[in-house]
Design a protein around this ligand. Structure first.
Ligand code: DC
Length: 221
């Protein structure tokens, strides 16, 4: 069974998808980490970001492996490195590149096919990568709630930012994610949308577990 989890940055998707996978005993696939790893490889190779074909060629040449919660780039564990802010800043070059997306979607399908049960998380999982998934979730939260969570994270890391700055950057990112010509962020028509405002992680995972279990039941004749 494939469960897709899409939604905007800051809705808590990663934490929720991981927790749901753990609870159900499913594999977890973090597809954002794959786009980040391609961007990291491009940065290390000193690629010209204005040459999308070069980035696509590089992406196709990489050995990307997803092992549990870790992502390996040509055998090196880059799980932490792909989260650095200088990599986040250039990840859009990978995410906006149609050839890179095509390659990574193929890889995501291959990885999922090798597993029986997967929770896969990203922006286009229910729409593009796995349109036939048995269970599709679209996780959201209000812009203010998402910005408050992000502000807490950044302040915990010692970054001197204000709520207004975080909210403005988030609006820009939402705009980029939604207006991408290939694989834009949107809910699949058959996705269940859940807004996480005011819900604890436990409450969100409880609801999703119920949704997942009801979608895996055979149809009533
Ligand atoms: O979820 P994340 O922050 O790790 O994602 C990193 C970037 O990759 C973000 O800009 C959205 C993009 N992305 C995407 O375009 N498609 C996916 N399936 C996953 C992530």
């Amino acid at each position: 069974m494939i469960i897709t989890m899409d939604g905007p940055a800051g809705a808590g998707k990663s934490t929720v998808a991981r927790a749901l996978a753990r609870r159900l005993g499913f594999r977890f696939l973090d597809t954002g980490a794959m786009y980040r790893a391609v961007a990291l490889a491009g940065k290390r190779a000193g690629l010209d970001w204005d040459a999308p074909d070069d980035l696509a060629r590089l992406a196709r040449s990489l050995d990307l492996q997803v092992a549990g919660d870790r992502i390996l780039l040509n055998g090196e564990d880059v799980t932490e490195a792909v989260r650095a802010s200088d990599v986040t800043a250039v990840t859009r070059y990978a995410a906006d590149n149609p050839q890179v997306r095509e390659h990574l979607v193929k890889l995501q399908r291959r990885l999922a096919a090798a597993e029986q049960n997967v929770v896969t998380e990203g922006r286009d999982q229910g729409t593009v990568a796995f349109p036939n998934a048995e269970c599709k979730i679209f996780l959201t939260a209000s812009p203010e709630e998402r910005a408050r969570r992000r502000l807490r994270d950044l302040q915990a890391q010692g970054e001197p930012v204000t709520f207004e700055q975080v909210l403005a950057a988030q609006q820009q990112r939402d705009q980029q994610d939604a207006s991408r010509t290939v694989g834009p962020l949107r809910a699949a028509e058959d996705a269940v949308t859940l807004c996480t405002d005011g819900l604890s992680l436990e409450q969100v995972v409880d609801r999703l577990e119920k949704i997942a279990k009801s979608s895996s039941m055979p149809p009533v004749p």
